[in-house]
Ligand binder design. Structure first.
Ligand code: 4AD
Ligand code: MG
Length: 465
């Protein structure tokens, strides 16, 4: 087992001076006649522990030639205050054991930095790199902060299904789940006979837990989900994954205002928590060459300022008056493209913004129709450099209006029978949103490709590991 004290604990203060045993991996190994140095890492922090070794030490001398970058080691010795600059402590090795070698000729992660593209080819090793190591520690901490936020507010955590027969977004971007023999598909009336399939119906991986979360909002008041969602949209971009994690709160007796207030508070809470608990990792990421702005200051600014709100109609006016030559022409009714979002956040608002009340034609069937009969009570939170991180709405709680909206979307009514029934038995105004976890992580870490903030990215053409 790893010792209770990790490299992070040993190196962050002089509290633990004295006899210790440490286990981990060699990041670098420098040998000279009088003294050897190994930087030992164990995944607990960016910086390693400096091991200082007397080359004559028998347990070391026997294996020294085999201690290469990536090999695993166990050492016992004494943690002392370091005379060297730039580190509080160093470790004088008294007993050395090489646990596992890493052939220097073939081990892909050498001392020198690697490109993020290269690291994506070695997903089994990349979490050992400084950058990805920091990102995944932040991912873990942010997950905790998310649960903490909702639990402190008395939201109940619901596990919504991953396999489902309803298409929440109505966009037809679902991965099918089937045990049918693809060489010999049963057919009835010229169509695939799903009644012979495992679930006796067409089943898919969920694109969102929202519809089921609404069930729990109407039983428990406030709830949230936090789980994987799947989309088969063919978007090979730096902001899209085929499998991503979403946090979806849902609140009864709540309107669009309340929904935005929660979104704003939530994002600030998670950012503030990460600023507090991951300062060292953020400082490291700040120094990466692709982060061309003050990451920590940008995050702090979000915590300190109220997120602005823009009506969609107003946003269109602003874009039309911008004098910019957009690739996608702007007119009322269009879905905002990345370039439009970027102008609004980076140049107009210069910070995060909620865009609200979108045309009904470009939004999902479940969003509540506004009195103008043209727009729905939708809200997207857009952030600089990245665009949309939250998509949410007040839900259509009126039975007949909802039924019409499903039909108007060209969707079958049958799979939504229970969703409609919720509007017959104690329906209340309610609202919620979905935060794309990886989008938030991109914002938190300054990483520019969404494939670098999830341990095992899935995207068109790729589902290895
Ligand atoms: O805007 P979306 O599609 O909204 C929903 O799914 C609603 N059912 C949520 C709700 O109201 N409960 O997705 C929500 C968020 C987006 O704002 C984005 O951050 C993220 O999920 N997202 C993706 N992240 C990575 N890869 C993709 N392909 C994504 N699609 C959406
Ligand atoms: Mg959206």
């Amino acid at each position: 087992m790893l010792s209770k004290l990790r490299v992070r604990d040993l190196t962050s203060s002089t509290e633990h001076l004295g006899k210790q045993t440490v286990k981990g991996w060699a990041k670098t190994h420098r040998r000279s006649k009088n003294i050897s140095f190994i930087e030992l890492t164990d995944g607990s922090c960016v910086k390693g522990l400096q091991l200082v070794i007397e080359p004559g030490l028998a347990s070391y001398a026997e294996v020294a030639a085999e201690v290469t970058t990536g090999s695993s080691i166990e050492v016992t010795g004494t943690l002392i205050e370091s005379p060297a600059r730039g580190q509080l402590v160093e470790f004088q090795v008294e007993e050395f054991a090489l646990v596992g070698t890493a052939d220097a000729e073939s081990y892909p992660l050498q001392k020198k930095g690697h490109t993020l593209e290269f690291l994506r080819e070695v997903l089994h090793l990349r979490s050992r790199s400084n950058t990805l190591g920091a990102v995944f520690r932040i991912r873990s901490r942010a997950s905790l902060a998310i649960h903490q936020f909702f639990q402190e507010k008395d939201f109940i955590y619901v596990h919504t299904p991953i396999i489902t027969t309803s298409d929440c977004e109505g966009a037809g971007e679902m991965f099918r789940v089937t045990t049918l023999d693809l060489q010999n598909v049963p057919v009835a009336n010229g169509e695939v006979d799903f009644s012979q399939d495992f679930f006796k119906d067409e089943a898919s991986l969920t694109v969102s837990g929202q519809l089921e979360a609404e069930i729990f909002a109407l039983s428990h008041g406030n709830c949230y989900t936090f789980g994987p969602t799947f989309r088969s949209e063919n978007s090979n971009t730096s902001r899209h994954l085929s499998e991503f994690w979403m946090i979806e709160p849902e609140m009864a007796f709540c309107d669009l205002e309340g929904d935005m207030a929660l979104g704003d508070e939530f994002v600030k809470y998670v950012i503030a928590d990460v600023l507090e608990h991951c300062a060292e990792d953020l400082a490291f990421l700040q120094e990466r060459e692709w982060v061309e702005y003050d990451l920590v200051q940008t995050l702090q600014q979000v915590v300190d300022t109220k997120c602005e709100v823009l009506e969609y109609t107003k946003a269109i006016e602003i874009l039309e008056k911008s004098g910019k030559n957009f690739e996608f022409p702007v007119e009322w009714g269009i879905d905002l493209q990345a370039e439009h979002e970027k102008y609004l956040t980076d140049e107009y608002v210069k910070g995060p913004v909620f865009v609200i009340n979108y045309p009904k034609e470009i939004k999902a069937f479940y969003m509540r129709m506004n009195e103008d009969n043209k727009t729905v009570a939708a809200m997207d939170m857009l952030v600089p450099r990245l665009g949309e991180i939250i998509g949410g709405s007040q839900r259509e709680e009126r039975h007949d209006t909802l039924k019409e909206r499903i039909k108007a979307a060209g969707m079958p009514l049958e799979p939504y029978w229970w969703y409609l029934e919720l509007r017959k038995y104690g329906s209340v105004p309610h609202a919620g949103f979905g935060l794309g976890f990886e989008r938030l992580l991109m914002y938190l870490t300054g990483m520019q490709n969404i494939r670098d903030v999830i341990p095992f990215p899935r995207h068109p053409g790729y589902a290895q590991f």
